[in-house]
Design a protein. Structure first.
Length: 366
């Protein structure tokens, strides 16, 4: 397939939606930190623009290569990522009690963000060469379970339970997408139900407090419940049309914590109101549906599973950040894709979307 033919199949509407959400993120970050005395926070939106430009470079790289070439190197990429995660656990940078970063000059690299893509590549590679017909049994799934378990544990002990949970959910999407033996599926579900409560004993005290305040934030309104309460106040005060850009009181008066990262949706909702939220959600839904369409019309099994993994990752981050902001889920520190401030997350998402566009350009059915 010639470069001209590939270019003619480029999904400009999906690309435009990605750019629009990224621009919304820059504007909201600027609005969230407008008027703050600290230059670091005031200039975050400029840094976000730099990250977007770097992300576009990463997207271009993902576009110019044939995604099928990644199938040959999927396990190598996975192994390199595991080694980097081990390095993070042993000698990574620590912030806020978590060891999640590798310092490279003046930049901090969060390896767990790239680990999701490495896992998706490895799982797509495994199921690409898996059964064409017939059901999967336990003996067929120990390899993908091991691949997921290693990444899950290395991220969980940082600790970063939010990202670890995303890794597990991505694995479940792959399991759901294949034809699996019914009896084994029941056993797998039963084991999960049994093991989930045991995770309580591995949580740190602040994480347990977050779970407790999920059900009743008012038990600690100035402590663990403060984030959730202020977030819901910000969203509710936006009303139908919002208070306007740079006019959000919860963010401007610094009542809303982590307003440029974890709770950026709350800032957006307060300033743009119900109308703005509906527009934002509609764009995300458009991106997800476009991604699913690309996945289901991929020209091969590797493209199908790769696209499905990317779309599920973006979807879970979006849903959990939204749920966290409105008090449905515990506070886990998961960013809102393409909107929250953060270099590692933004560049990874742009690279992932580049792969998705790549799969779309090479599909045989339009």
């Amino acid at each position: 397939m010639t470069n001209h033919t590939l270019a003619s199949k480029f999904n400009w509407s999906l690309f435009a939606a990605i750019l629009v959400i990224s621009i919304i993120g820059v504007i909201t970050i600027n609005s969230a930190n407008h008027g703050r005395a600290e230059p670091f926070f005031r200039d975050l939106y400029i840094k976000q623009i730099y990250w977007i430009l770097l992300g576009l470079v990463a997207m271009l790289i993902a576009l110019v290569i044939d995604y099928r070439e990644l199938s040959r190197h999927a396990y190598t990429i996975y192994c390199i990522t595991v080694l980097l995660l081990i390095y993070v656990v042993v000698d990574g940078d620590t912030a806020s009690g978590a060891k999640r970063w590798i310092r490279i000059g003046s930049f901090s690299l969060q390896v767990s963000e790239f680990a999701k893509i490495a896992l998706i590549l490895a799982l797509a590679k495994y199921f690409e060469s898996g059964k064409i017909q017939g059901q999967y049994f336990f003996k067929d799934l120990w390899v993908p379970t091991l691949l997921t378990g290693v990444i899950f544990m290395l991220i969980a002990i940082q600790p970063d339970l939010g990202t670890a949970m995303m890794v597990f959910l991505i694995f479940l999407v792959f399991i759901t997408a294949i034809e699996i033996d019914g009896a084994f599926l029941i056993k797998l579900f039963g084991t999960g139900v049994f093991l989930i409560p045991s995770l309580w004993f591995f949580l740190r005290d602040y994480q347990k407090q977050r779970v407790m305040t999920l059900f009743n934030p008012e038990i600690d309104p100035l402590g663990a419940g403060y984030h959730s309460i202020q977030s819901k106040i910000a969203i509710g005060s936006g009303g139908f049309l919002g208070k306007g850009l740079f006019m959000g009181t919860q963010s401007r008066l610094n009542f809303l914590p982590e307003k440029h990262t974890d709770f950026i949706f709350s800032v957006f909702a307060e300033e743009t109101g119900f109308i703005g939220v509906i527009i934002l959600l509609s764009i995300y839904l458009f991106i997800i549906l476009k991604g699913l369409n690309i996945a289901f019309h991929a020209r091969d099994r590797f493209g199908l599973f790769l696209a499905l993994g990317i779309v599920s990752s973006i979807s879970f981050y979006f849903l959990f950040n939204l749920g966290m902001s409105i008090g449905l889920f515990p506070i886990t520190g998961l960013p809102l894709p393409l909107v929250s401030y953060g270099g590692s997350s933004l560049v990874t998402n742009f690279f992932a979307f580049g792969l998705l566009l790549n799969i779309g350009m090479r599909r045989t059915v339009l």
